[in-house]
Write a protein that binds this ligand. Structure first.
Ligand SMILES: Nc1ncnc2c1ncn2[C@@H]1O[C@H](COP(=O)(O)OP(=O)(O)OP(=O)(O)O)[C@@H](O)[C@H]1O
Ligand SMILES: [Mg+2]
Length: 262
């Protein structure tokens, strides 16, 4: 649907495979003298799932916002699909954001709408000339992707937390993002549902080639979805590696993330 409008990183970089999905270089951000990001560097590769962990208040959500231009860093730069987002005008920034899917905590659905209407909403917003038959097909396709093919006529207010999360994800997927940002996708869910959501994120990457940056405190989720984990501490990435590598870390401040004994 947005094919012809998509910003093509290849135009700016000869070798597109070398261009990360997202990149932060030397990002700094402070609020009222409190330095939250302090020269942070990070890359999310093509078709990669990167999990970001860090204590509450470490600056994970601030980093997310800086990466997609919802917040301006004090210094440093953020790139999306090879584009320096600080150099984009409003129209280009909006266009590039269409290629990014966001799933924020609480996945706010419109309770007064059916599931189908909720999912159709962003489609109609981004393409006002879309035909009803196309909307119907697109809604059904994403409902099947998230494992809820029968839910189209349900009222959103009747859904369980796990179903809301899936529908929130379906609503994001309907505009075909290439890169997903998940902020705490499993928070508030029981262990079984959390696992199902984590496996869905993994499956989307493997089958649809959608890479992701996932913020989570849920290490079972991190284990399932991650190709790589980055640990944010005191404003910068202080450790990076696979789940197994970090799990075996001897660092006193990495260990507690993997300690399930408390
Ligand atoms: N718009 C803002 N104005 C002032 N301070 C802010 C703003 N946004 C974030 N902060 C501060 O920046 C710090 C990092 O916040 P952030 O939301 O990124 O934490 P987090 O790592 O996402 O934490 P959590 O795991 O609890 O979600 C916090 O001290 C927060 O109060
Ligand atoms: Mg946060």
């Amino acid at each position: 649907m947005f094919i012809e409008e998509k910003i093509d990183a290849k135009k700016d970089h000869g070798e597109s495979n070398q261009v990360p999905m997202a990149e932060a270089r030397e990002l700094c951000k402070s609020f009222d003298g409190q330095q939250v990001l302090n020269g942070l560097n990070l890359q999310v590769g093509r078709e990669e799932n990167l999990v970001l962990i860090g204590k509450s208040g470490a600056g994970k959500s601030v980093l997310f916002k800086c990466l997609v231009g919802l917040m301006r860093p004090d210094s440093g730069k953020a790139w999306l699909f090879g584009k320096d987002i600080s150099s984009l005008n409003y129209k280009d920034l909006n266009r590039i954001r269409l290629q990014v899917g966001f799933l924020f905590q609480g996945a706010a659905l419109y309770d007064s709408m059916t599931v189908g209407e909720n999912i159709a909403f962003p489609l109609r917003q981004h393409n006002r000339r879309i035909r009803e038959s196309e909307v119907k097909d697109a809604v059904q396709e994403v409902l099947e992707q998230v494992g809820l093919p029968e839910a189209v006529n349900r009222m959103s207010s009747e859904l369980s937390g796990g179903m809301r999360k899936r529908i929130g994800l379906a609503r994001t997927l309907v505009t075909h993002p290439e890169f997903m940002l998940y902020d705490e996708p499993t928070t508030g869910l029981d262990a079984v549902t959390a696992r199902e959501i984590s496996e869905l994120i993994r499956q989307l990457q493997q089958e649809k080639k959608i890479s992701s940056l996932v913020i989570t405190h849920d290490m079972a989720c991190a284990r399932i979805v991650s190709d790589r984990i980055a640990v944010l501490k005191e404003g910068s990435i202080r450790a990076e590696g696979t789940y197994e590598q970090l799990h075996a870390s001897e660092d006193d401040w990495v260990k507690p993330f993997f300690d399930t004994s408390f």
